[in-house]
Structure formats: C-alpha cells, structure tokens
Design a protein around this ligand. Sequence first.
Ligand code: NAD
Ligand code: UDX
Length: 495
Amino acid sequence: MAARPVEAIDVPHKEVTKICCIGAGYVELFIDLFGAVCGPTCAVIACKSPKVQVTIVDLNQARIDAWNSDNLPIYEPGLDEVVKSVRGKNLFFSTDVDKAIKEADLIFVSVNTPTKKTGVGKGYAADLGYVESATRHIAKVAESDKIVVEKSTVPCRTASSMRKILESNGKPGVRFDILSNPEFLAEGTAIKDLFAPDRVLIGSLDTTEGMAAAASLAHVYANWVPKERVITMRVWSSELSKLAANALLAQRISSINALSAICEATGADVDEVSYAVGLDSRIGPKFLKASVGFGGSCFQKDILNLVYLSESLHLPDVAAYWRQVVEMNESQKRRFTQRVISSLFNTLTGKRLAVFGFAFKKDTGDTRESAAITLIKYFRQEQAKIALYDPKVEEAQIWMDLAEPGVVDDVTALKKQVTITSSAYEAAKGADAIIICTEWDEFKDSNLDYEKIYADMNKPAFIFDGRLILNQKKLEKIGFKVECIGKSRLEETFQ
Ligand code: NAD
Ligand code: UDX
C-alpha cells in the first residue's frame, strides 16, 4: 500500500488544541542532554500554530530555567528567535509534568533512545527504558483520552509495546491512540528543516480511530506544511522508514568514504568523483561529501538498531550489510589517523597537533559520536600533545567526552596531553600539524589567516583536512603540506 497523502487529513477528527512534549530533560543522565528534537520541534509547532498551546516538560528546574532564559541549553541557528517569538504566548516550559499531561490532547514522547550498553542486545539494540518510563507516566496521570505520539526513533513495533503499557495501566474509560511521527530534522539546520520539511510522516493503525488520530496530528502540521507533504501510512512502515532513512543516508557517506580511500591510492580526487556521480539525477549530490567519518547521535545508533532488528529476524546477511556501513566509518577514522602518523615521519610522540573542531558537524554544539573524540583518542595513544579549539562546544563537555570510559581512563594524564584553546590561532601556535575535524566556516581559508598560522607553526607544517573545506593549492603555495581526505598531495599528481 502506498502512503496515504491527503485523504487521512480529511477524515473526521478532533482538533488538537494542547500539546505536551516529554523529552526536554527528565532523568539525570551521566551526560546532560537537552532535547535536541523536543525543543526545536515544539518551538516551530507553536510558532506556526498560534491556536495550539505547546508545553515542554521537564522535572529539572535548572533545565527549565535555561529554556526560559536568554541562554538556551542547545545551540541551533534560528532557534533563539523562534523560541523568543512564542515563549509565554503559546509555548511554555514547565516542571509541572502531570498538569501538562492532564491538559494535553496530544503528547509527544521525544525522549532519547540510546544504544544499550549492557544486557541482551548490548552495543546494538535501542534502550527503550526512557520511552517506557515516559509511557508509564502518561498512563498513570492521564484522566482523559490522549493521542500519544512516538517522536523518538524506535525499533519497528515499539508502538505496540506502548499501547500495551498504556492500556494495562491507564485509568478506566481513558482511551489512548498511538501514532508514529518520526523526526527527520538534522542538527545545525533543525529550524530550516522544520519550517520546510521534505515530508512529515505519520504512522497510524488502519482503523477509523487510528486514521482520525493521524488526521488530528496532520492538521497541526497542515498549518504550515503543504498537505501533499504530510503523508500517513501504517505505523510499522512509519517506524521502519525512520531507521531506513538514516541507514541510507549513512550508507552514502560510507560509500563515498570507501571511494575516498581508492582516490588517495590512485590520484583521483574524491570531490571530483562525488561531483560527477552526483550529477546523475538517480544518485543526486547530497550526502556525498567524503569526511573523516560521520558522527551524531543518530546514524550509528539507528544502523546498529537495524542490525539488531535484522539479526532478531534471522536475517544475518541483511545484518552484515548494514553493519559494514558502521565498520567503514570506523575504518575511515583509523585510516585518517594512519595518514597523519605516516606523514609526520611515523611518530607523533611529543608532537603538537592542533585539532580544529570538536562538534560532530558545523553549526551545532553537539558532540555525540563526533569523529574528533575517536581521533583524539588515537592521537593520545601515539603520545601526541593536542591543542583543541571549537567555536561552540563548551569546555566541560569536551572534558566529559574525552574522559568517557573507553575513551580515556586517566583524567590527570588527559589534562597533561590535551589543552583547550580559545582560538584556532592559539591552537596552531607551535603546532606540527593542524587536523580539521569539523567543517566550521570559521576554519575555511577565506576566514582564517593561514599565512599567519603558517608563520607560527613548526616546519614542515602539515594540514590534514578531514572535511574537504580548504583550497589545497592555495595552502600549498603558502608552504603547508596539505593532506586531504580522498586526495593525494598535489606534488604527487598530474596537475
Ligand atoms: P536528547 O538526548 O537530546 O534529549 C532527550 C531528552 O529526553 C533528554 O533530555 C532526557 O533527559 C529526556 N528524557 C529521558 N527520559 C525522559 C522521561 N521519562 N520524561 C521526560 N524526559 C525524558 O535526544 P534527542 O537528540 O532530542 O533525540 C530524542 C529522540 O529523537 C531519539 O530517539 C533520537 O533518535 C530521535 N531523533 C534525534 C534527532 C537529532 O538530530 N538529535 C533527529 C531525529 C530524531
Ligand atoms: C541525521 C539525519 O540527517 C536526520 O535526517 C535525522 O533526523 C537525524 O540524523 P544529523 O545527525 O543531525 O542528522 O546530521 P547530518 O547532517 O545527517 O550529519 C551526520 C554526520 O554525517 C555528520 O557528522 C556530518 O558531518 C556527516 N556527513 C554528512 C558527512 O560526512 N558527509 C555528508 O555528505 C553529509
């Protein structure tokens, strides 16, 4: 069955007037997370649907205070303006979780679904503990009918578990309809993505009640998203579509990264290859930028989740196929490190490496699964000294990421080897090499004075461009030895 575009919007349904979103922060986690999805999504819904009241809930007063302050807990371009335009009007941040649940017609469950660290499925399966705990809380508190929406990325058929929990714990006479409404925003462009989504996906049961619930939510989105972009389908397809979208996007990056290795070995240029293949309208140009490896809280987690699902379904070949996308990503980081070591005359011992960027991509302060974390671990194992600069990531976050068990155990040694600097110039001073880990615009050769940087570095001065943001020729003219992902050194190729 194809997706149902418009007709689901037109079935009789209840208008949604109050929305509650669970997922701005509730439990004390080891790392403080702040609802990268919940905040931006609800802010845009409130902004575009003035008649709908949206309340984001969190038991932690400090986090709610942060959302209510001038200094929002997440950095996302455009978020401040949107939040400020609706906060206190129809967007509220509150610690009164129960009140918000009781009043809402529709509740988004937008909590984190990290990879399990222990027990059955460890390292692959999604930990659904937060989803379950939020669902149980809704069941306990709700006194009237609710539409409960899975916003979190979850394994296929999670809606069924949520339904069982709600139905067996809810108050008598209270009806729950479950929808899947996966979020496709990317960090760094979240507001843009939410204002003009490629599509909004709503999964529901094929029953009259399921379709009506889907229509209620569809009508909220129809306040600003063209109707034909709000598609509805069966709930399992919707859940799987989210995992599938992330798996396919990540697979493209691993594919171009695999080709980047061939480029480096042959003298082909991965940017040129990517451009050439991307012009094929069947392939398209996006997500073909070779890099030091994809990061972020979603790709790896969701592919591992798909691997686990495939294994549980006794589909080992399917599991192996998707696992390879993650393995290629790890291999890219190792290969890049090896290139740094061999270029720097086979030893990093005591050498100063200026690492530019720590976030997993530009325009976000999020560092989850950032390639920089792994690279710094490898560089430290080679006894390098690291001077690190990122324009947005908080210092405390960097220390927390680098001190994570499995990354480094000895924090005292860590602080002897790693320095956090307040500018790219400071990081590069006295360095043997610059390693570009994040593609911040600030690091482009049009924005930094690389002549000045070169003058202050040890010679030969190397730059390793893990993001393909630099003009290799221009920097080689200055005197740098430039090593780019997917490219050989210019002096080694026909020009
Ligand atoms: P996050 O970790 O930034 O935020 C989740 C929040 O939920 C945390 O603050 C956590 O404290 C809170 N939480 C956990 N249990 C709770 C409970 N019982 N009640 C209330 N709050 C609770 O995660 P995120 O990046 O916003 O992702 C949330 C979900 O959306 C995940 O399933 C993720 O896969 C998915 N997703 C994320 C992105 C993204 O770009 N980050 C994009 C699309 C989908
Ligand atoms: C991703 C999906 O894009 C989004 O739809 C989903 O909702 C959440 O997961 P996000 O992880 O926020 O979004 O950022 P994305 O732009 O997808 O980048 C992920 C990683 O891939 C980053 O490290 C990025 O630098 C890297 N990347 C992206 C590449 O290396 N090359 C590319 O061509 C694109």
